[in-house]
Design a protein around this ligand. Structure first.
Ligand code: MG
Length: 368
């Protein structure tokens, strides 16, 4: 089987509510999504998506995905999409780095490989837990009152997992953590996501002040060096997501005890093939995981769900889904959707959901 054509679409995905991160220093209103259709000489068609969370969040760029695919396309056309490692190496040779540009191609290859095998991607990867995964909400940086309102809104939709965005103001952060912990119900999963918003002294001040609560904190500081420097000086479990980009990052975090949890972002790390290696490093070292797309439609959420299904239930806290935060649905309600705060693995071969092509508009590029 050979890849014969790559068709690229660009779609703006507006957020339902403007969204602030990192103590309010980053604001987001629309996500720039790239959808990729891979066609093969045997008639199978695979779909991928790459949707960075804007271009100020981490080094990723919507137009950069399209430019990266233009550069990589001649190296991918003619390869067998079922040999995802061959495609991965071809992309890495054609364009070192730029992992976010490779994610959609990798995803479409896994989609085709699953269809060819007659298996959902998670089963093909050797996992395939059918335990529904809790969806983590995103509670943007707000006051105590607004935080309560947003959590209540998600609870009404069944959510038990919440990623509460904090950072930037020590007193306010301590107050919000204490307030949310007071609202916690049995079975709730609360993650306090700083999105790099603390300096080392700020991190130490907050983490020591809430040490009695045994909360989980994500990406407290800008770099792995910062997070490593404070790690021996507090007792709070830490998740790393924005600084978890390569297998080398994963190895360092595991070896040096920098964090206890990985937040694996599929688009950020370059797709399922690369993310699976991080999963294995995590499992080998007793590190638990959150899995998320980075942003995007139900396609991106479904990719994350497949990886989550290859992680033992006890080691996978939740998946984060973006689909409930955007106002455009490219797949008309199909694919895994929120059911009582959980996503259920699709049983169809491959990814299990494809977009409506007419919802994507005209292609912006086609390579053959
Ligand atoms: Mg995070």
């Amino acid at each position: 089987m050979k890849i014969t054509r790559i068709t690229v679409y660009q779609v703006d995905l507006p957020l339902e509510h403007p969204y602030w991160l990192s103590g309010g220093r980053l604001k987001f209103e629309t996500l720039d999504a790239t959808f990729v259709k891979l066609e093969t000489d045997e008639g199978l068609v695979g779909w991928g998506e790459g949707t960075p969370w804007g271009h100020t969040y981490v080094p990723a760029h919507g137009p950069g995905i399209r430019a990266g695919i233009e550069t990589m396309a001649p190296f991918i056309i003619g390869l067998d999409p079922r040999r995802v490692l061959d495609v991965e190496r071809a992309m890495d040779l054609a364009l070192p780095g730029h992992l976010y540009a490779k994610g959609p191609i990798d995803m479409a290859c896994w989609d085709i490989a699953g269809q060819a095998a007659g298996l959902p991607i998670a089963d093909l990867m050797g996992g395939g837990s059918r335990t529904p995964r809790p969806i983590a909400s995103s509670v943007g940086a707000k006051t105590i009152e607004e935080t309560r309102e947003v959590i209540a809104r998600y609870r009404a939709r069944g959510y038990i997992a919440h990623s509460v965005k904090i950072g930037g103001d020590v007193a306010r952060d301590i107050a919000r953590i204490r307030d949310v912990e007071g609202l916690k119900q049995p079975g709730d999963i609360m993650l306090y996501d700083v999105n790099r918003g603390w300096t080392r002294p700020q991190a130490m001040a907050v983490l020591r002040a809430v040490e009695d609560l045994n909360v989980m904190v994500e990406q407290p500081c800008e770099t792995l060096d910062d997070i490593a420097a404070i790690a021996p000086r507090h007792a709070t479990p830490v998740s790393v997501d924005e600084s978890l980009v390569t297998p080398q990052d994963a190895a360092r975090i595991a070896r040096d005890g920098v964090a206890e949890i990985f937040g694996i972002k599929l688009n950020r790390v370059g797709g399922l093939t690369k993310a699976a290696r991080m999963r294995d490093i995590a499992l080998a070292h007793g590190i638990d995981m959150f899995v998320m797309a980075t942003g995007g439609s139900v396609l991106a959420d479904t990719e994350a769900l497949h990886l989550a299904a290859t992680i033992p239930d006890a080691n996978c806290h939740a998946v984060w889904a973006c689909q409930d935060m955007i106002t455009v649905d490219v797949a008309s309600g199909r694919g895994p959707r929120n059911i009582d705060g959980h996503l259920h693995l699709p049983e169809a071969p491959g990814l299990g959901v494809h977009p409506d092509e007419e919802a994507l508009g005209n292609p912006v590029a086609s390579y053959q």
